[in-house]
Design a binder for this molecule. Structure first.
Ligand code: ATP
Length: 286
């Protein structure tokens, strides 16, 4: 599978772009799409899912232009939108059967597939209860299950871990890792820890533009040997923050430990191993 996003822009009105001149190439594996709120992640995923059309540019799946031929994408697509809605009176099983019917999936394997997904997402025990009574995390898991019904070859998850507790996040990551063989998975998030353990590739975006793309090592290399921690008195902190790119601060009683990025070292600063979080904050703060 190969997805080529070529010079895509999405103009919402005369001066508002959701995405601008965006080019990204994705092959089989898991891509983590990272960006702060408003970066354009949902805008991009909606266009890949053929729910909205680019104002300019093209989106090719295995060289087929899916802007012109959306069915080519839809047949192979699993999509969890950010604002996924459910029918509160249906139970999980009925809801998945209904979603399967909408997607044109039927046959003898369907029952087995639904049972597999309910089990994988830890919903078997509640499968006969109306979804209206589910917690936010359980509804989100139903959304993940419906995206997987048709054995998709391209999977788009828009902020999939919202509402999931830490144990559910681990379960979700394991499930996705299992399913990601020979297909494309794109996970959007503004939380680095949601993607850093599973994404083969990372794309960082901001204000509708792609800032960088690469494997995690390459992205982290952008800040290698530049991350330091320094502990100082509280009163010295504001001035230090003004003069440096600060990644985070940890306040104790009288002191503050500042994690920051710099090309040069200072005497009392301790060099730190760079993380994807550092690279993300640096790239989006610059
Ligand atoms: N239908 C719309 N009409 C006008 N502007 C829009 C529309 N949808 C999104 N935008 C704008 O486009 C930009 C990108 O929004 P988008 O929802 O794609 O970002 P995002 O990275 O998914 O952020 P979030 O996680 O907050 O949803 C934002 O400035 C947003 O306000």
């Amino acid at each position: 599978m190969k997805l080529d996003i070529q010079n895509v822009s999405k103009k919402y009105n005369s001066n508002k772009y959701g995405l601008k001149e965006y080019t990204l190439n994705i092959e089989n594996g898991i891509l983590g799409l990272l960006g702060p709120n408003g970066a354009g992640k949902s805008t991009l995923l909606k266009m890949i899912a053929t729910i909205s059309k680019p104002s300019n540019g093209s989106i090719l799946l295995n060289k087929n232009n899916v802007v012109k031929d959306p069915n080519y994408m839809r047949k192979q697509l699993g999509y969890l939108p950010q604002d996924f809605g459910v029918y509160p009176n249906l139970n999980a099983y009925e809801f998945l059967e209904y979603m399967a019917a909408l997607k044109g999936i039927g046959g003898s394997q369907l029952k087995q597939r639904i049972a597999f997904l309910l089990e994988g997402l830890n919903l078997t025990e509640v499968a006969k209860k109306p979804i209206g009574n589910y917690s936010g995390g359980m509804k989100q898991r139903i959304g993940i299950a419906q995206a997987l019904l048709n054995h998709p070859k391209i999977l788009l998850f828009d902020e999939p871990t919202v509402g999931l507790d830490p144990e559910e996040r681990v379960r979700f990551r394991n499930l996705i890792s299992e399913l990601a063989n020979d297909c494309i998975v794109i996970l959007s998030s503004h939380i680095v820890s949601d993607i850093d353990t599973i994404a083969d590739q990372v794309a960082i975006m901001k204000e509708g533009r792609l800032l960088c793309q690469g494997n995690q090592k390459a992205i982290i290399n952008n800040v290698k040997n530049k991350v330091y921690e320094i502990t100082m008195n509280k009163e010295d902190t504001p001035n230090f923050i003004k003069q440096h790119i600060v990644l985070n601060t940890i306040r104790k009683k009288d002191t503050v430990t500042v994690r920051y990025i710099s090309d040069t070292s200072i005497a009392s600063a301790i060099p730190c191993e760079a993380t994807l979080e550092d690279a993300y904050l640096y790239t989006t703060k610059k």
